[in-house]
Write a protein that binds this ligand. Structure first.
Ligand code: 3PY
Ligand code: MG
Length: 261
């Protein structure tokens, strides 16, 4: 069997380093079909949301299969304790919420790489290793070369040390969560409040200056343009928002001509 059949899609590190803007979306719905729809729509990546979404681990593995089959790069946002199993299922990356220090980022980065780069536990019985078909040293190398770690900053304390977090070896991208940041700063969900926007600008610029890929929620082209000026290029929309908006539009005004059934 050839590497092309490996369950692991190893394109993300290069995509994040390329300097090109990437457009993806969070998806909290436990549906391989949605993953395929996002791929066919043309998104670069999908973040399977195991922080706020309802997928269990079995459903997550099926969504990873759907991503590999349809050609969209899959990242899983998950809690630290799920990280090892998510990687063994074949995710191309993990995105971990609420990173607030370089030390925490170093620990998480270490969990995503096999020795000598980190201390990920090795097994070749996993989907990531093709259940043994793609095991051995080649799997170790392919994983260390092809998996990304994305740290999420969602607090003012995290913004203050954004450049230190971004500078950690093994941190490939740093994603600012504007909603939690706004809450932590006393602005509820109003992340357009001026102090929150200033904190986002400071964070994104610090991440870019550290040479890592800055990411953020961007719901509109204007968001992408604004945050892009601060260096952001890993832009995530939200599948449920997109679907809900489309449904509400059609429910109130009917389907636009040209859409296909
Ligand atoms: C936030 O805005 O808090 C996020 O976690 C982005 O999804
Ligand atoms: Mg958040």
């Amino acid at each position: 069997m050839t590497d092309a059949r490996s369950p692991l899609d190893g394109r993300l590190p290069e995509m994040l380093r390329s300097g090109k803007p990437l457009r993806g979306l969070f998806n909290g719905l436990p549906s391989p079909a949605i993953v395929e729809m996002c791929a066919y729509a043309g998104f670069d990546f999908i973040i399977l949301d195991n922080e706020h979404g309802s997928a269990d681990l079995g459903q997550t593995e099926h969504m990873l299969r759907a991503a590999r089959a349809s050609g969209i790069a899959p990242i899983v946002r998950c809690f630290e304790h799920d990280l090892p199993r998510i990687l063994d299922m074949g995710a191309s990356g993990v995105q971990i919420p609420m990173v607030e220090s370089a030390e925490q980022a170093r620990r998480l980065a270490g969990m995503t790489r096999y020795p000598p780069l980190g201390r990920r536990g090795s097994a070749f019985s996993t989907r990531a290793a093709g259940y043994g078909a793609f095991g051995g040293a080649a799997h170790t190398q392919r994983s260390n070369d092809g998996i990304v770690f994305v740290a999420m900053i969602e607090t003012p304390g995290g913004i203050d040390v954004a450049s230190e977090i971004a500078a950690v070896d093994g941190v490939d991208a740093v994603f600012i969560g504007p909603n939690d940041l706004a809450h932590a700063m006393g602005h509820g969900s109003d992340w357009n409040a001026a102090p929150v926007q200033r904190a986002i600008e400071r964070g994104l610029k610090a991440i870019a200056a550290a040479g890592k890929c800055p990411g953020i929620i961007a719901l509109t082209p204007q968001d992408e343009e604004k945050y892009g000026r601060f260096g952001a290029r890993y832009f995530a929309n939200v599948s449920t928002s997109i679907i809900s908006k489309a449904l509400a539009q059609v429910a109130s005004a009917g389907m636009e001509a040209g859409l296909r059934y």
